[in-house]
Design a protein around this ligand. Structure first.
Ligand code: DC
Length: 246
């Protein structure tokens, strides 16, 4: 029996940090779907294809074989057999992913891979369309968001720590632009699934958000079994019987 947790939300809401922690705590596999769109973006970038050239993107999509492995619990993305994980956070891969993730052909291919992964293992999957399209029957769906100001501030501090020069207003403008693109594209736009729990992390710590998500899962599982009792007992039982990969 496997368990699935879908976490969707806009860029910079902390989805990957939170999803990773939830997965760790519940001994589940974390699947970063954004990394798959970035790998596809990297493939198009390397081939020098313009993101506007839909025919060329669709053709190139066919020859991109994307797969996932795990090294010490960390997701690795393989593009035609090459481990490209180290290149995915670059500006080029991110921009190309954003510009091409709206194409139906790109989505079809990656959604199939994501659904296959979730059918085999208990997963915490984050993205934009996980609760709405990829895993419509997920055990728990979370829509994780935060205000533009909070997200820009977090990104600013992150970059500052790395010594990258940046301006808060520019980061905020970039976030707003990305939100618009993600929410207004024709194919699988970012939106909250009807049965998703809405979490605004603007004023919450990472631990508070993580605990809140685990709590949603426990309460659901306990209600399904019609049992009462401590959440700690339920946690242990849930990990042993359902989430844990052994
Ligand atoms: O979450 P991220 O920034 O790594 O995502 C990269 C791009 O991929 C982003 O522009 C949105 C897109 N994406 C998507 O369309 N669907 C997903 N499930 C995940 C990401």
């Amino acid at each position: 029996m496997s368990v699935s947790i879908a976490i969707d939300g806009p860029a910079g809401a902390g989805k990957s940090t939170i999803a990773k922690l939830v997965a760790e705590k519940l001994h589940m596999i974390y699947v970063d779907t954004g990394a798959m769109y970035r790998a596809m973006g990297l493939h198009f970038h390397r081939k020098g294809i313009s993101p506007e050239d839909e025919a060329a993107i669709c053709a190139a999509c066919k020859e991109a074989d994307i797969s996932i492995t795990y090294e010490d619990g960390a997701q690795q993305v393989l593009l035609n057999g090459e481990n490209v994980t180290g290149y995915l956070r670059t500006e080029e891969a991110g921009k190309m992913a954003s510009a091409t993730s709206g194409y139906a052909k790109v989505r079809e291919k990656l959604v199939e891979l994501q659904q296959k992964l979730a059918a085999e293992k208990s997963v915490v999957m984050d993205g934009r369309d996980i609760g709405t399209v990829v895993l419509p029957r997920a055990d728990v769906k979370i829509y994780l968001t935060a205000s533009v100001e909070a997200r820009a501030r977090r990104r600013f501090l992150e970059l500052e720590e790395k010594g990258v020069p940046c301006r808060l207003e520019e980061i905020a403008a970039d976030i707003e632009k990305r939100d618009y693109q993600d929410m207004h594209r024709e194919n699988s736009p970012l939106k909250q699934a009807e049965d998703a729990v809405y979490l605004d992390s603007s004023e919450m710590t990472v631990k508070e958000v993580t605990d809140a998500i685990i709590d949603v899962l426990f309460r659901k599982k306990m209600a399904e079994r019609g049992r009462t009792g401590s959440l700690d007992d339920a946690l242990e039982e849930l990990i042993k019987k359902e989430c844990g990969q052994g």
